[in-house]
Write a protein that binds this ligand. Structure first.
Ligand SMILES: N[C@@H](CCC(=O)N[C@@H](CS)C(=O)NCC(=O)O)C(=O)O
Length: 210
């Protein structure tokens, strides 16, 4: 696989999901910074040239563009056999977790973190509501991980890489990880895998300039 560029920024856990795959798979890739905090993803040029939906990650490979982290991860797993399901049942289970992650596990947390750490809204009824939803999703995954080491099939798959998108960021969100011991152990297990790197070490733009 050659000539991979990832349009991303350091604070994007959705981009990190793909960056993590590329790092752990040992595929050569190059980050291309996107100035999200100055609204680059909302601009006409970004939408015309990279992604009409106005989002990162965008993976660019030999001139072709790929968007949506879950779809990109699935494509990379299919092509390389790495972090992939072994059979139709595992692939089905992985897809279930990718969808759950995109709808609840990642998105509630990412929105909560954005509001508190970057938009700096302070506590509002919205952040309170989001935190409740995060806790419900984390509790469910914590229970799932009580009897297994990884999300599917006792080895790391793209379900884990997707769900790991936002779990290493240090910003304070008022979510207490000690309430989720199995989730915490899983987070450490992923971080101990060969090739793992922290999002702020692989994508450009941290720390934010004032
Ligand atoms: N489901 C999408 C979510 C992507 C997403 O929300 N990306 C954010 C950054 S983490 C973004 O680019 N937002 C642009 C905007 O809201 O203007 C994926 O997994 O790729």
């Amino acid at each position: 696989m050659s000539n991979i560029k990832l349009h991303c920024f350091a604070q994007s856990g959705n981009a990190y999901k793909v960056a993590l795959f590329l790092e752990m798979a040992g595929l050569g890739w190059e980050p291309v910074p996107v100035d999200f905090f100055n609204k680059a993803t909302q601009g006409a040029e970004f939408r015309a040239k990279l992604n009409p939906l106005g989002e990162v990650p965008v993976m660019e490979r030999d001139g072709r563009l790929f968007t949506q982290s879950g779809a990109i991860l699935t494509r990379l797993a299919d092509e390389t056999g790495l972090f992939a399901g072994r059979d139709a049942d595992e692939r089905y289970e992985i897809l279930q977790w990718l969808l759950f992650d995109n709808h609840k596990f990642t998105s509630f947390y990412a929105t909560l973190r954005f509001l508190l750490a970057f938009a700096k809204t302070g506590e509002t009824p919205v952040t309170e509501n989001l935190r409740g939803r995060v806790k419900a999703a984390y509790k469910l995954v914590d229970a799932h991980l009580a009897t297994r080491s990884f999300m599917v099939g006792e080895r790391p798959t793209i379900a884990d890489l997707s769900m790991a998108g936002y779990v290493y960021y240090p910003e304070e969100t008022g979510v207490d990880w000690s309430a989720y011991p199995h989730l915490s152990a899983w987070r450490d297990r992923i971080a101990a895998l060969p090739g793992w790197k922290h999002p702020y070490d692989v994508m450009p733009g941290h720390p934010l300039s004032a």
